[in-house]
Write a protein that binds this ligand. Structure first.
Ligand code: NAP
Length: 353
């Protein structure tokens, strides 16, 4: 039964051949680290009550704790995972089992994930990143065996460049191995690099995106400022050098220009900047389900207020223009003019200011 005042999220397919999933997925990278088990279980309850169906985790989140927390939640839930789409990832297991995306690495990783998650099968099994040491054929053949055994239902990848994704898809099609249904890249108003090579490949091959860091790790809520280094219980307050969202990396004129436009659009629409950023991303081409990340139930509840929010075309266009990263003139400028690839037209031009 949906909780009072919660809007129920619509469902949409992942790519051309993936399952139906809710418009936003739940990311669980904080479970077992910034987020306690009790708070995590309440996030899962809230998300599913709002019609959320896609739950995304990885074997490495909290060194396995995220999967265990989800597993204990599902075990006491009526119907367990029956009405959900469960996604996890493998590839970066620490030693002694760090065998990448090889047969051995994936066999060990899958068995451990199924046990921690207390699941009979994984709906979408993501390979967490490229593995230079393992042939694509070995990885895809192993995944084909997992599908045949009923242990996974769909394969997917994360963090690839355009040529890597195309190479995997072409090999899979040529050898009748499982074709990825989804890609999980970083994608948000502050980082649109995937629009140059990765997104056109997804459009061509019918692959759906489940973007990570839809709020740029918190930046797009508007909580950071150019004048003050972050403090307190936030990602960058605890570790300003953390990951792609590191304060010194993002503290640029470009970031503040995008945030200014975001704030203006949000004020006009009487919305919070974070809601606008989530809505912009959810309706970009090829996007199936951005993954909501939250430390607390209050943050998740706040983000779910954008679950059904659709930006007016005029505001989408303003944000797309303000966040255009600039398409390198060569070869892309030439190719854009010849091929009329629509997505490249939204990237602006090199050296724009
Ligand atoms: N495949 C990959 O390589 C990869 C990489 C990263 C993430 N992921 C997946 O993507 C999911 C989402 O990524 P993400 O966590 O980076 O997403 P995000 O939405 O960009 O950032 C989430 C963080 O922003 C802050 N935040 C969220 N909502 C807020 C609100 N309403 N008000 C204020 N602050 C708020 C919280 O951090 P603080 O409160 O701590 O500041 C929260 O942990 C992850 O859980 C994971 O499942 C995948």
């Amino acid at each position: 039964m949906p909780a009072k005042n919660l809007e129920i999220m619509p469902l949409r397919p992942i790519g051309r051949s993936g399952p139906l999933v809710s418009r936003f997925g739940l990311g669980t990278m904080t479970f077992g680290s910034e987020t306690s088990e009790d708070e995590a279980h309440r996030q899962l309850d809230l998300f599913t009550a709002a019609g959320g169906t896609l739950i995304d985790t990885a074997d490495v989140y909290g060194a396995g704790a995220s999967e265990e927390i989800i597993g204990r939640w599902a075990a006491q839930r009526t119907g367990g995972y029956d009405d959900l789409i469960l996604a996890t990832k493998a590839r970066f297991a620490p030693p002694p089992n760090s065998a990448g995306a090889s047969w051995r690495g994936l066999r060990i990783a899958l068995e451990a994930s199924l046990l921690r998650l207390r699941a009979e099968a994984i709906d979408i099994y993501f390979i967490h990143g490229w593995d230079q040491k393992t042939s694509i054929d070995e990885t895809l053949s192993t995944l084909a065996d997992f599908v045949a055994e009923g242990n996974i239902h769909h394969v997917a990848w994360s963090n690839l460049s355009g040529w890597q994704l195309q190479k995997i898809v072409s090999h899979a099609r040529a050898h009748r191995l499982p074709v990825p249904v989804a890609l999980q890249p970083q994608y948000n108003l502050l980082d649109r690099t995937i629009e140059i090579e990765v997104l056109p490949c997804c459009a061509e091959e019918g692959i759906g995106l489940t973007p990570w860091s839809p709020l740029g790790g918190g930046w797009l809520t508007g909580k950071y400022s150019p004048d003050e280094r972050p403090t307190g219980a936030t990602r960058l307050g605890e570790d300003p050098d953390r990951g792609v969202e590191a304060y010194d990396r993002r503290n640029t004129d470009r970031t503040w220009r995008i945030l200014l436009e975001l704030r203006e659009v949000a004020a006009e629409l009487v919305r919070q900047p974070g809601h606008v950023a989530l809505a912009w991303l959810a309706d970009r081409p090829c996007v199936s389900a951005p993954l909501l990340g939250a430390r607390t139930v209050a943050q998740l509840s706040d983000n779910l207020a954008a679950a059904n929010f659709v930006l007016p075309a005029e505001h989408t266009e303003r944000l797309t223009r303000a966040s255009a990263p600039g398409l390198p003139a060569y070869p892309y400028g030439f190719l854009r003019d010849w091929s009329e690839l629509d997505i490249w037209r939204t990237l602006g031009t090199e050296n724009q200011e």
